[in-house]
Design a protein around this ligand. Structure first.
Ligand SMILES: Nc1ncnc2c1ncn2[C@@H]1O[C@H](COP(=O)(O)OP(=O)(O)O)[C@@H](O)[C@H]1O
Ligand SMILES: [Mg+2]
Length: 231
């Protein structure tokens, strides 16, 4: 796995709601953060503070108001805040994994296909991809009888574990985790902690939001309170 360092400098994010009298919603300002390969930075802050918004800025979903989001690779540097959509697309395939707070379920797409997709996109053959997906699904205690089904009908916790498997399967150099353990039991929380430790050992730079203090304590190298940067 190639490694990357993530450096966020002086980030400001405001939302402008054009359909609602251009309402102006400042979220955060002056936010800086540096995450080296093999480290996990954890974001703290009450609900509505902008934690998910920050991860979406890092994933290139949201445009930022000002500041920079730099990725330093062996091959060179890139600013996620200003690079082209083609670059964002490439980064999502090869470099940045994102476990969103909620799984976007697609009817008729089987759980095992959702989980193996990131590897197939990287050109890995279907047998290998399925095997790795099966290993992860089993580790996350998803019963085998569910693997061929669409997660549409799965419980919240099962959907979350599918999302986690999809995020961890491809050994991304950068991992963004938005409350991945929020609706998991202790046994599955422990698996997620293991997966995070393994990813760090392989050199991933991780930014995470964790509901549970216990998980936070086990994985964090650095804890940043977003409250200090409220706009
Ligand atoms: N797409 C959006 N458009 C407008 N406002 C948004 C959008 N996404 C989030 N917000 C606002 O930004 C603030 C931070 O939200 P969020 O990042 O989801 O917080 P957290 O993850 O810390 O609970 C909230 O006030 C929310 O209403
Ligand atoms: Mg959130």
């Amino acid at each position: 796995m190639s490694s990357a360092r993530l450096v966020v400098n002086n980030l400001q994010k405001d939302f402008i709601l054009h359909t609602q009298n251009s309402a102006h919603i400042p979220v955060f300002n002056g936010f800086s953060l540096s995450v080296n390969a093999g480290e996990c930075a954890v974001l703290l802050g009450p609900s509505g503070m902008g934690k998910s918004t920050f991860l979406k800025c890092l994933y290139g979903n949201y445009k930022i108001t000002s500041g920079s989001i730099s990725l330093y690779f062996e091959e060179g540097d890139i600013d996620i805040a200003t690079c082209s959509p083609e670059w964002i697309h490439g980064l999502r395939r090869q470099t940045i994994g994102y476990v969103s707070q909620f799984l976007r379920v697609i009817p008729r797409v089987a759980a095992i296909d959702l989980v193996s997709e990131p590897l197939l996109i990287q050109g890995i053959d279907k047998d290998t991809a399925y095997q790795q997906a099966a290993t992860l699904l089993a580790r996350l205690h998803i019963p085998e009888k569910l693997w061929a089904l669409s997660p549409t009908t799965f419980s919240g916790g099962e959907q979350q574990r599918i999302n986690i498997a999809r995020g961890f399967i491809a050994d991304y150099p950068v991992l963004l985790l938005d409350e991945p353990t929020a609706s998991l039991d202790a046994k599955n929380r422990a698996v997620v902690v293991e997966l995070i430790h393994e990813a760090k050992a392989k050199g991933a730079a991780i930014v995470g939001i964790f509901h549970d203090e216990d998980v936070r304590d086990k994985v964090a190298d650095n804890v940043i309170d977003l409250l200090e940067f409220v706009a």
